[in-house]
Ligand binder design. Structure first.
Ligand SMILES: Nc1ncnc2c1ncn2[C@@H]1O[C@H](COP(=O)(O)OP(=O)(O)O)[C@@H](O)[C@H]1O
Ligand SMILES: [Mg+2]
Length: 258
């Protein structure tokens, strides 16, 4: 347990058998007394190859969070199939425990894996340096900026050691400048710790800047209405004409045409 990487990084031996994420014709309806039956997803198909970063954009309520819950095995589809490598959800909002230090919040993922408190802290601490949180190990979440809280939450997600990350609007609550910084930070973090990522966002620019492929969903019940490969080199510039063109196509698919 001397290196953090060993704990944070999924088992290398299992890497060859990776499937990534395979959602095939998955449908899911919610039943509630007040709203009756609500079809959240109707036959959605979405594949992510191992190591691929898929950006999923769609209008509010179209089933994006539901899709991530399917991928993480937190819900089963009514019909259709979901296969994925072990996946961890980073839920909407940072969901840090206010009474724990930043370090203990991050280490929580390791505690959940049965690792003792001191060993978990020791393993999480080096990542604080790497992720620009150096010196804030003992701070409570209320003492951190929004961007820092998101980084702690992401660190915790990473320390779960799963090959698939399901990120639910990770930067939605941040101001524009912090969001841009966090996007650059995430791109770097994934270079150092490659994962299969399904990134849900309602920000088309964010999806295009970060993703290998942008998938656009229809209003509820969510279906895929566009699947756009983003063939632009990294690091990316927002003003790259290729990115601007894909943003335009995604916006069109969302019905946001000028
Ligand atoms: N637990 C639930 N019970 C009933 N309806 C739900 C529940 N969760 C979500 N829904 C409904 O399902 C639809 C999809 O929800 P969700 O997956 O959260 O969408 P999104 O993340 O795209 O905003 C929405 O219309 C929402 O109101
Ligand atoms: Mg949602």
């Amino acid at each position: 347990m001397e290196t953090t990487l060993e704990l944070a990084t999924p088992d290398a031996r299992a890497r060859e058998q990776r499937i990534g994420v395979e959602v095939d014709e998955a449908a899911l309806s919610y039943h509630s007394r007040r709203a009756g039956e609500v079809a959240a997803l109707a036959g959605i198909t979405l594949h992510a190859a191992p190591g691929e970063l898929i950006g999923v954009v769609g209008p509010s309520g179209c089933g994006k969070s539901t899709l991530l819950e399917l991928i993480c095995g937190l819900r089963a589809p009514d019909t259709g199939g979901v296969r994925a490598d072990p996946a961890v959800l980073m839920p909407q909002g940072d969901l840090l425990l206010p009474w724990l230090s930043a370090l203990d919040n991050a280490a929580l993922a390791l505690r959940a894996r049965g690792i003792g408190a001191e060993a978990a802290r020791a393993a999480a601490r080096p990542l604080f340096d790497r992720f620009g949180l150096n010196g804030f190990e003992r701070a409570r979440p209320a003492e951190l900026s929004g961007g820092m809280r998101q980084r702690v939450a992401f660190l915790r997600t990473l320390l779960a050691g799963k090959p698939v990350l399901a990120l639910d609007e990770p930067f939605a609550s941040l101001d524009a400048l912090t969001r841009a910084q966090m996007q650059a930070w995430l791109a770097d973090a994934l270079l150092a710790e490659p994962r299969t990522v399904v990134l849900v966002t309602h920000d088309v620019e964010e999806a295009v800047v970060l993703a290998d492929r942008v998938v656009v969903l229809s209003p509820r019940p969510g279906r895929v209405v566009a699947d756009l490969p983003v063939e632009a080199a990294r690091p990316r510039r927002r003003t790259d004409p290729t990115l601007l063109e894909i943003r335009e196509r995604a916006a069109l698919a969302l019905g946001l045409a000028a």
